[in-house]
Design a protein around this ligand. Structure first.
Ligand code: DAK
Length: 257
């Protein structure tokens, strides 16, 4: 599939999906999200790829779902087509995925970034859930994922006032893991992605799966889930290689098995 609204590039074991609708500040229209879903599906099957970066432009990661596309839709149309099902492809993606965010990350843009495993933001980033200004509320997971990231008080503040949060506030609130100057964003994220991609792919995937499971389980269920997957790692060649490399004082060479 050729892409019109995203750019897909690969460098070593890292793939980058760049949202590319600059005239609409990367508003997340349905065709763009179909392309994102298609690219992720291919990358999940691609054994050469160990980590994915999702990014936009310096001005906008994404300014939200496409307001013009959805303004005249009726309930049954949205219900029957499950309008935003392709957005969830990011949350369903099983390999590590990092959001490299600069500029506006509003509404669906903020929600998309939160579906990634972690967010590295540029200093000029503005996060927000401004849907209330449009007479709706977040509809792609924002009310649920924002509260888990920043807690009730700030999630309520953001969703009820519709105000924007700058990168430093997002860092203090734990919405993002790091903030860097705009011109260092992609280099910083690529460095992190390279490190992740150099690990054992199945072990990184299981680690991601286990951390995400904590949102769905009690503490004792989560610890049990962790224990079982941890034990299962001793069936892998990569566990043997990683521990042998430590003893032999050399770098491990993981084979993803
Ligand atoms: N959708 C469509 N077009 C957008 C857009 C968006 N979200 N954001 C910006 N654009 C377009 C503008 O219309 C403009 O296009 P032209 O007029 O030039 O054709 C172009 O991008 C440049 O935007 P501005 O001229 O406004 O640029 P400024 O620098 O002055 O302002 C801004 C930048 C980001 C502050 C402003 O564009 C803005 O406020 N944008 C809207 C932000 C927003 O409200 N985002 C939340 C969208 S709602 C659901 C139902 C609903 C939803 C979810 C689920 N279900 C049924 C399940 C809603 C989700 C949302 O994300």
């Amino acid at each position: 599939m050729g892409y019109d609204m995203i750019e897909l590039t690969k460098d070593g074991s890292v793939a980058t999906i760049k949202l590319d609708r600059p005239k609409a500040l990367n508003a997340l229209c349905a065709p763009m999200m179909a392309e994102v879903a298609d690219a992720l599906s291919a990358l999940e099957k691609d054994d050469a790829i160990g980590c994915v970066i999702l990014t936009g432009s310096e001005k906008a990661f994404a300014a939200g779902a496409d307001i013009k596309e959805m303004s005249n839709l009726e309930y049954l149309e949205i219900y029957k087509t499950d309008l935003f099902h392709n957005h969830e492809s990011v949350a369903r993606f099983r390999k590590p995925i990092i959001a490299a965010v600069a500029g506006y990350a509003l509404g669906g843009g903020c929600e998309l970034a939160m579906m990634c495993d972690f967010i590295i933001a540029a200093e000029n980033t503005k996060f927000g859930q401004p849907e209330i200004n449009l007479g709706v509320m977040p509809g792609i997971g924002g009310t649920q994922r924002l509260i888990r990231a920043v807690g009730k008080s700030k999630a309520m503040d953001m969703c009820l006032t519709g105000r924007m949060m700058d990168a430093q506030e997002a860092l203090a609130a734990n919405l993002v893991s790091r903030v860097v100057p705009v011109d260092e964003l992609m280099e910083t994220v690529k460095e992190a992605a390279d490190k992740i991609a150099a690990q054992s792919q199945p072990i990184a995937m299981m680690t991601k799966e286990t951390i995400n499971a904590s949102f769905e389980m009690t503490l004792s269920q989560g610890v049990q889930f962790e224990r079982r997957l941890f034990q299962s790692m001793f069936t892998t060649a990569d566990q043997k290689e990683g521990m042998a490399a430590f003893s032999e004082k050399r770098k491990p060479h993981f084979k993803n098995k």
